[in-house]
Write a new protein. Structure first.
Length: 653
């Protein structure tokens, strides 16, 4: 998420001074470009690897500070969530065996992170969105303790104003109302960098925009969010929602988001793009800067441009132009941010090989893409790829509409091969990595499709938590074996695995797909819902979605017994429902919930978040886990570490 050296000063004088420094940096950068000061005699690549930490139950493990301290490696840095980490890989010249060197370093640094995480009971998973993340993980206690992340959350939340509404449609539909940016904890990526020659920079940047869609379609790995099947690369939609600063008025004016694909090709200078980002997007983070970049340039020195770089790091273009200094040589590079982490290290290098090969080959063969393709087509392709992966269709530079698989197999993978050959990449590496991509594409198998196919063949009666953990455990296994995706079997629920250890809180196995009634509905509706759905409890919600009661099978039996089976009047739900409710939160320990049900002699517990019904657990849900839970409770009571549950009793919640 960028530079961590952030100040938390909020006075206007400080902001004005920092804004002047940003403008000064842009002037300095323009003069450096005009004077030919940028490094221009080498092609260079790099990458950033983001990862999830998971515990033994495959759920997020908030151990980033412990791992960074334990690993003591300057390549490692924090991300916004305490269960995320980022590794910045060594820049390499784009030639010879650079791709296999990149894979070797990835194996080495991820191996180091895995080994260190194991000391704290954790491990590593590579995926765009971790399937086992739950809403209870998206809390302030999991925000990495850093001024950058604290300020980002504070400023973006304040600017947005109203609740942040995350609404995404795919196979399922998900809608969340959030008051913060913590949903961004869900995202990890594999970011690929290319430093082209300055004379080719604009053309290469525009082609990066054009090829993003087909490369993304072959690489999608984020189809799940909080148990819902959404886009094949849900991460893209989620990131825009997570850090959106726009108020309702800004939305009405169609103001673009800070997370953006862009609005047009770059037709003049890259400075024009940088100026647009300064003019359009408010400065939200500042840092201490003593540098006068203009004076540095006039003296023949290389400035850091720290102020502008800070601002640039808070405008999240999916292909972002970045400034850097290596060995006292300034350069501009293209940071492609759209690729997800995973599904394996070889697959990530293969995705990078496809992207990099195209960024060399296509400008050489076709010149500037601006005259070959409309920007609107490139943008439409991008969102089509994010939604549908390899099942998408795309308009290409000849104006024709292609199935994406066909476009990749017949047009783009062969051209990527030629591009890699033209910069003298080792032939064995070209065959290896593009062979991985081609095999995936021919089979129609991406990381996202593997997850969806795995879920499709699992027992639908299995709890969501078990299915999500099964996916994550299989991913972890194949990643540790360094097996590319096209060699993976579908994930299957093991009949011998002890899933009980995964039921620590009720959120992990509560029923979310609920059938409810209103207080004014006829009681016959509740009775029929029980009969049709084979359930013994039906929650009652008012028109605002607040839980106001429960109708149980026992209540109906009592009612009919008292009336001798004859209905004397037209009864409604409010005549029968129980209103003296005991509710728990999703974070309640399963042990506590079970003991509460026994103590109160009740058959179900509604689970509420902010007075809204989030789920329900019943006695039936505990049948398969009760013996182990009792054993665990006995251990806890023996060690005197019992924690009282959060219980709320009310007549109407």
């Amino acid at each position: 998420m960028g530079d961590k050296a952030v100040l938390d000063q909020h006075d206007e004088q400080h902001y004005r001074g920092f804004t002047k420094a940003v403008l000064n940096d842009l002037l300095a950068l323009g003069r450096m470009l005009d004077a030919g000061m940028m490094e221009d005699d080498v092609l260079r690549i790099g990458a950033e690897q983001e990862m999830f930490f998971i515990d033994s139950t495959m759920h997020p493990a908030p151990i980033v500070t412990e791992v960074i301290d334990g690993a003591n490696d300057s390549r490692l840095t924090t991300e916004i969530g305490r269960f995320n980490i980022e590794a910045n890989l060594t820049p390499l010249e784009f030639k010879d065996n650079c791709l296999s060197l990149l894979e070797s370093e990835l194996n080495e640094i991820i191996g180091k992170v895995r080994a260190t995480a194991a000391d704290f009971g954790g491990s590593v998973a590579l995926c765009g969105i971790l399937p086992t993340i739950q809403q209870s993980d998206l809390v302030e206690s999991n925000l990495t303790p850093s001024p950058r992340y604290t300020e980002l959350n504070r400023v973006l939340t304040a600017l947005h104003g109203d609740d942040r509404i995350v609404h995404i449609k795919g196979l399922d539909e998900m809608s969340l109302h959030l008051k913060d940016t913590f949903i961004e904890f869900c995202n990890t990526s594999f970011q690929v960098h290319l430093q082209p020659r300055i004379k080719d920079f604009i053309s290469t940047y525009n082609w990066a925009q054009a090829v993003t869609a087909p490369v993304l379609a072959a690489s999608v790995n984020s189809p799940l969010l909080l148990g819902s099947r959404l886009w094949h690369e849900t991460r893209l939609a989620l990131f825009q929602h997570a850090v959106d600063e726009r108020s309702p008025m800004h939305h009405e004016r169609n103001r673009p988001a800070r997370v953006t694909f862009g609005r047009d090709w770059v037709r003049g200078s890259m400075i024009d793009l940088f100026r647009e980002d300064v003019a359009r997007f408010r400065i939200i983070l500042t840092r201490e800067t003593q540098e006068n970049s203009l004076l540095e340039v006039e003296a023949g020195k290389v400035p850091e441009l720290a102020a502008w770089r800070m601002h640039n790091s808070t405008v999240w273009r999916w292909n972002r132009a970045c400034y850097g200094v290596l060995d006292n040589k300034p350069s501009l590079r293209i940071e492609s941010r759209f690729l997800p982490a995973g599904p394996s290290i070889p697959d990530q290098i293969a995705n990078a090989a496809l992207l990099l090969g195209l960024l060399v080959a296509l400008p050489q063969e076709f010149g500037d893409v601006c005259g070959k393709m409309t920007f609107d087509d490139a943008k439409t392709n991008f969102f089509s790829a994010a939604r549908n992966g390899l099942k998408s269709q795309m308009t290409w530079i000849d104006g024709h509409y292609y199935p994406t698989k066909e476009l990749l197999i017949h047009e783009l993978i062969p051209r990527a091969r030629e591009g890699l050959r033209s910069v003298n990449i080792k032939p064995a590496d070209i065959d290896k990595y593009l062979g991985i991509v081609e095999e995936r594409v021919r089979r129609g198998m991406t990381g996202s499709q593997w997850m969806l196919d795995s879920l499709g063949q699992m027992d639908p009666a299995a709890k969501m938590n078990i299915r999500m953990r099964t996916l994550t455990a299989a991913m972890k296994k194949y990643q540790e074996e360094n097996v590319p995706l096209h060699e993976w079997d579908l994930a299957q629920i093991s009949g011998t695995t002890d899933w009980i250890d995964n039921f620590r809180t009720v959120e992990q196995f509560m029923t979310r797909d609920l059938f409810t009634v209103r207080p004014t509905d006829v009681i016959d509706l509740a009775a029929n819902v029980m009969n049709w759905r084979h359930v013994r409890h039906v929650p009652v919600e008012d028109d605002e979605g607040n839980l106001v009661g429960i109708v149980s099978h026992r209540d109906l039996l009592k009612l009919f017994a008292e009336q001798n089976g004859l209905q004397q009047k037209q009864l409604i739900v409010s005549d029968v429902m129980q209103t003296d409710l005991i509710t728990i939160t999703p974070e309640t320990l399963s042990l506590d919930a079970l003991y509460l049900m026994r103590e109160k002699n009740i058959g179900c517990l509604p689970i509420c978040r902010n007075s809204k019904l989030a789920g329900i657990v019943t006695a039936h849900d505990f049948l398969t886990v009760s013996t182990r839970l009792f054993e665990e409770r006995l251990k806890i009571e023996t060690n005197k570490t019992h924690t009282q549950p959060k219980i709320k009793t009310t007549a109407a919640i």
